[in-house]
Ligand binder design. Structure first.
Ligand SMILES: Nc1nc2c(ncn2[C@@H]2O[C@H](COP(=O)(O)OP(=O)(O)OP(=O)(O)O)[C@@H](O)[C@H]2O)c(=O)[nH]1
Length: 502
């Protein structure tokens, strides 16, 4: 899972980096492009002003010759092909020559804003856009005509149509992209001079982050949202002589389009390797986790008898899991020893070391589980109270311990020896017939009878013997019968063996 997240993360990070790179590059490209266009436009305007200045000198020399004036306006119009029309006026604004002369304006007084400004300012000018006499939206580049002595004669001006085909939209329009990119030119008052949508030319746009940015620095770039709500990557630059603002923009979507294809390609190339990596990571993590998982499962099953050998078989192939396995084995060993000790203590009578009643119950259960027949001998010291009374309780204890020793001495390895009460004992004899058990009981009785106990009188015991096999119902019943036989032995005078017949 974490490997997958890491891969996805690095894929996303590389997408983000590529995306930012594309955006930054496009912004910079647009800034450089706008700067270049501004430089070309500046050069163009300067060159136009030079041409006009040259013509103004010729016109000044031949101001009285209408033919020269006409030929000069025609030369400017047709030789340079930079202006849509050229006009020459006297100092009162009366048109002396014009080209093309199809409008037949010679003799008219021009009162357009461009004309009035030129007449008033008497210096080279680039006008604001306005609607001309012929109803064209134009900008006018004009130069005053002075005699050599400095007398003002009028001006000569070239007009550039903004909405029709002109040198300006030829200059800017040839760079038009087909992917939604476009160039726009605004004058200082945010009036649109050039726009791929000709209807917008002449419109004054409201201040927007982009128009404000252009006002602050001569060139730069910006991510903006245009009026149509489209995210654009814009570059901008200002034409120094006219203050026109050139804005080149490209939709962010078009810029990022190649990225999608690129990322799909990356994904295609990356997927097999990523899957292989994921598989390797999964296999390796499984190999690492498996011993830990098996050890953890074993740790939950510590009470199982064969748990140690199970743990030993767990393949712990690396150092850490091996150490863990060792620690677990040591822990289990200690625990089992402790449990064994506790078990022994809870099943054993501390005074004699024989089984107590709980031990007897466990032993009986396992004998029955193994489908073994058995005989049981219950025995009790006769008149034990008098021993306690005569020699003290400690001596009584010593007698009990001696009798336990005697019982152990008389028993086989497989016999189960229990102290079931104060001076009451029970011997469980697996796979022993009633006759054999009677013989063993009798032998024990005799051995106790002749036992020499230093400082005290000899003791005797009474015994009851019974038999059990699988056909005889509950084994506890058989033990109860042995008890009853013991009681009978006491009744019949003690120091004897009474057998419960099969
Ligand atoms: N010293 C000692 N005495 C015990 C112990 N457990 C029980 N006794 C005593 O053993 C005596 C058993 O007495 P009884 O049950 O009357 O029987 P008894 O005196 O042996 O007489 P019978 O069994 O009828 O022959 C009691 O006095 C108990 O106090 C023990 O662990 N140590």
């Amino acid at each position: 899972m974490s490997a997958f997240v890491t891969l996805a993360n690095s894929f996303y990070a590389s997408y983000r980096v590529q995306r930012q790179l594309l955006i930054d590059n496009t912004l910079e490209e647009n800034r450089v492009y706008a700067t270049k266009l501004a430089a070309s436009t500046e050069q163009f305007l300067k060159s136009m002003q030079k041409q006009l200045a040259y013509s103004s000198v010729i016109a000044a020399r031949n101001f009285d010759d209408p033919a020269v004036l006409q030929s000069e306006t025609a030369r400017l119009k047709y030789q340079t092909d930079s202006f849509n029309s050229v006009v020459l006026t006297n100092a009162q604004g009366k048109i002396l020559a014009t080209s093309p002369d199809s409008l037949q304006l010679v003799g008219h007084i021009l009162k357009t804003p461009g004309a009035l400004e030129a007449l008033e300012e008497r210096r080279p000018l680039i006008s604001k856009p306005y609607t001309s006499v012929a109803q064209n939206l134009v900008v006018v580049i004009s130069t005053p005509i002075f005699t050599a002595e400095g007398k003002y004669l009028g001006y000569i001006a070239g007009t550039i149509y903004l909405r029709q085909k002109s040198i300006l939209n030829e200059l800017l329009g040839e760079h038009y992209y087909r992917d939604g990119s476009y160039i726009a030119v605004l004058d200082k008052e945010r009036r649109i001079l050039y726009h791929p949508d000709a209807y917008r030319i002449g419109e004054v746009v409201k201040p927007r982050p982009l128009t404000e940015a252009v006002r602050k620095e001569s060139n730069g770039s910006l991510m903006v949202t245009n009026l149509a709500g489209q995210n654009m990557l814009a570059g901008y630059a200002v034409v120094p002589s006219s203050g026109w603002e050139i804005i080149t923009q490209r939709p962010t979507n078009s810029t990022l389009k190649p990225l999608e294809g690129l990322m799909v390609k990356v994904l295609k190339h990356l997927t097999p390797l990523a899957l292989l990596t994921l598989l390797c990571v999964w296999l390796f993590s499984r190999m690492i986790a498996r011993p830990l998982w098996l050890l953890a499962r074993s740790a939950n099953e510590m009470d199982k008898p064969d748990i140690s050998s199970n743990i030993r078989e767990i393949p712990s192939w690396y150092f850490e899991s091996n150490q863990l396995k060792r620690a677990l084995l040591i822990g289990i060993n200690l625990l089992q020893k402790k449990i064994g000790k506790l078990k022994f203590e809870t099943q054993t009578d501390p005074m004699t070391g024989l089984f107590n009643r709980r031990g007897l119950a466990m032993a009986l259960e396992s004998v029955v589980q193994m489908r073994q027949q058995f005989s049981a001998i219950t025995l009790d010291i006769d008149h034990f109270k008098t021993i306690n009374d005569s020699y003290g309780h400690d001596t009584g204890d010593e007698v009990i311990r001696t009798l336990a020793e005697q019982i152990r001495h008389n028993a086989r390895e497989s016999d189960i020896l229990c102290r079931v009460g104060g001076e009451e004992f029970l011997v469980l004899l697996p796979d022993t017939t009633l006759a054999e058990a009677e013989m063993i009981a009798e032998r024990l009785r005799q051995n106790v009878e002749i036992l020499v106990l230093p400082g005290i009188r000899p003791i005797t015991i009474s015994l009851g013997v019974s038999y059990w096999n699988q056909q005889m119902g509950e084994p506890e019943t058989s033990l109860k019968r042995a008890d009853e036989a013991l009681y009978k032995a006491k009744q019949e005078g003690r120091n004897r063996v009474v057998v419960v017949p099969e």
